[in-house]
Design a protein around this ligand. Structure first.
Ligand code: TMP
Length: 204
């Protein structure tokens, strides 16, 4: 594995992934290690514009339009990823697995189409390691309640989030070596430690 890996943080709403991306970023800063931090959808100027469009509460796109918008946002991001691939550690808050989990497992869009467009966009770019954060129903809704404002994708019912989380777990099952499952219902500090220990192994 490259010492400048692409590390992705995945999970449903309220699973704590964004918290952990920030913690890892802070750790790298404290060690003066160069990194790039991206989120999806978003991350680059144009991709952030598309993010606003997708997640706006007033938007009412159908699932296929959503898929194409997420992939359009990725297309804009991929330039940034290619620029720093193997030159800097790249941290990504959601990536390809989110599209498979939400649009395929959650919304039932044909996985082949998603794979095809992702392949077209990513070419030789490969994720090196994924931290998959999982959360139970109680914590999911408690954490969503605490949010100041909810976006279009924060308002699905529990069945949808269940399907998406199971989808993520399914992806992890087939690639155990490059996934670490983080149980975000357990102690936060212990999870931070777990992630930092794994990170150190990845970049050593
Ligand atoms: P966030 O809350 O982590 O910022 O993500 C925004 C939402 O976008 C989240 O509900 C998951 C969704 N999403 C997809 O449905 N498909 C995708 O490909 C990506 C990247 C995100």
């Amino acid at each position: 594995m490259s010492k400048k890996p692409i590390i992705v943080f995945e999970g449903i709403e309220g699973s704590g992934k964004s918290h952990h991306v920030s913690k890892v970023a802070k750790y790298l800063e404290s060690k003066k290690i160069d990194y790039v931090k991206i989120r999806e959808p978003g991350g680059s100027l144009n991709s952030e514009k598309i993010r606003k469009l997708i997640l706006n509460k007033k938007s009412s796109f159908d699932k296929n339009t959503d898929l194409l918008l997420y992939l359009a946002a990725r297309s804009e991001n991929i330039k940034l990823i290619k620029k720093f691939h193997k030159k800097k550690i790249i941290l990504i808050d959601r990536f390809v697995d989110s599209t498979i989990a939400y649009q395929h497992y959650g919304m039932g869009i044909d996985r082949k189409i998603i794979n095809l467009i992702n392949k077209f966009l990513l070419k030789n770019i490969k994720v090196d390691f994924t931290f998959l954060n999982v959360v139970n129903k109680k914590n999911l809704f408690q954490r969503l309640k605490k949010r100041k404002s909810l976006n279009r994708y924060d308002k699905f019912n529990i069945n949808f989030y269940n399907k998406v989380q199971k989808g993520f777990l399914n992806l992890a099952k087939f690639n155990k070596k490059s996934y670490k499952i983080i149980n975000s219902n357990l102690d936060l500090k212990k999870n931070e430690e777990l992630i930092l220990n794994q990170l150190k192994k990845l970049i050593k």
